[in-house]
Ligand binder design. Structure first.
Ligand SMILES: [Fe+2]
Length: 183
């Protein structure tokens, strides 16, 4: 009982520290609270793709590109071909979905994390074709660390968890008449 109280007290302390350190959103994300609130506030049908948080690295300047474009230009990245199909909850393809895509380079950094960024890289906007397909050339995603020098990093250490996000790409999909999806 005392041990549990101690854990709760430490969590409360971390939450207060995170709030003061402006890491409250990060803390909410790692605890799963952000997605829990979203799933309660915005429930989806069972066959839908689960949503996730937008994250801090989305920008509004990604260039609209045709299918097949090379969206990542990091020579050290491992090339990959990404082919996706957007379907409705009954499995029918959806044409004309606008898809905003962004990923890191092979060092786990988004273009906006570099000083002197002149133009977007590792990001693009695409549209699904009449089969619901969009495809592009990119690099194989790599894991990257979340900020870990503050209270959230401390909490992860106490919990014996590492601070790396799994390798991923971000997709934000929109079409009038359909639910907005970030995944
Ligand atoms: Fe990310």
């Amino acid at each position: 009982m005392f041990a549990r109280y101690d854990v709760l007290q430490r969590l409360m302390n971390t939450m207060a520290f995170a709030y003061i350190s402006q890491e409250f959103i990060l803390l909410s994300d790692i605890l799963g609270l952000s997605l829990l609130v979203d799933s309660i506030d915005h429930p989806k049908p069972p066959s839908s793709t689960e949503g996730t948080v937008l994250g801090p690295f989305h920008t509004h300047d990604a260039i609209s590109e045709p299918n097949g474009t090379q969206i990542a230009h990091d020579p050290n990245g491992e090339p990959c071909l990404v082919v996706c199909t957007v379907k409705d909850t009954e499995g029918k393809p959806i044409e004309g979905v606008k898809i905003d895509i962004w990923e890191t380079d092979s060092d786990g950094k988004y273009d906006v994390q570099y000083e002197g960024r002149e133009q977007p890289d590792q990001r693009a906007v695409m549209h699904s074709d009449k089969e619901g397909v969009f495809w592009f050339k990119a690099i194989v995603p790599v894991p990257y660390p979340i900020p870990n020098d503050g209270p959230v990093g401390k909490l992860l250490k106490v919990l014996k968890r590492h601070c790396y996000r799994p390798s991923h790409m971000h997709f934000m999909m929109e079409k009038p008449g359909f639910d907005h999806l970030i995944t």
